[in-house]
Design a protein around this ligand. Structure first.
Ligand SMILES: CC(C)(COP(=O)(O)OP(=O)(O)OC[C@H]1O[C@@H](n2cnc3c(N)ncnc32)[C@H](O)[C@@H]1OP(=O)(O)O)[C@@H](O)C(=O)NCCC(=O)NCCS
Length: 164
């Protein structure tokens, strides 16, 4: 297994790939939130992937395992409007294809992302998304050596840490 990250803005086919992966993610999260809805033409809304590709405060990364695309991660940087302004970065979205799960790909990709961007971080988890909660605990408790803040606000579990 060799996990690597590619900025989705670097080539047209990378941008296309991110836009094709987005509906899979929206469908997955629709288990846990009414935020994503599908319209009569089969498009998942809101179509966040368009903003991810043009917003200068967002880094959209494709996750590869060897040569195969297996997911994506979306990172916001202060002053991105959908993050706390006392944080440097927010891991906004994170997705691994269903067929590639439980192979430690998510863990490897997440650690590489955090190592790449040093500072104060936050991420939020939908409370019904128990798998994601277990995943982030499993990744972040060792990554932060236990220096992980976790609390609940209406609608979200919040995790915060620093890797300066
Ligand atoms: C959550 C997600 C990113 C995990 O990715 P993954 O590549 O399967 O995770 P890993 O294989 O690296 O798992 C690392 C650890 O997380 C925990 N974990 C992962 N999936 C889990 C599950 N379904 N149930 C319980 N624990 C789980 C385990 O401790 C695992 O270690 P182990 O396999 O040695 O037991 C993936 O399931 C996914 O993309 N889900 C849909 C989108 C989503 O919910 N994104 C998160 C938004 S906050």
């Amino acid at each position: 297994m060799a996990v690597s990250l590619i900025d989705a803005r670097t080539a047209r086919w990378h941008r296309v790939l991110l836009c094709r992966l987005f509906p899979l993610y929206a469908h997955e999260l629709s288990h846990f939130t009414p935020f994503f809805t599908i319209d009569e033409r089969g498009h998942w809304n809101p179509e966040l992937s368009r903003d991810w590709l043009v917003n200068p405060l967002v880094t959209p990364l494709l996750i590869y395992n060897d040569d195969a695309p297996v997911g994506f991660a979306i990172i916001g940087r202060k002053p991105f409007q959908y993050m706390s302004q006392d944080r440097d970065f927010k891991l906004c979205e994170f997705f691994i294809l269903a067929s590639e799960r439980r192979k430690s790909i998510g863990r490897a990709a997440a650690c590489e992302i955090f190592d790449r961007f040093r500072g104060t971080w936050e991420l939020t988890i939908l409370p019904l998304n128990e798998r994601a909660h277990a995943f982030w605990r499993s990744v972040l408790v060792p990554y932060t050596k236990g220096n992980l803040e976790e609390f609940q606000v209406p609608g979200d579990i919040v995790m915060r840490f620093s890797n300066r």
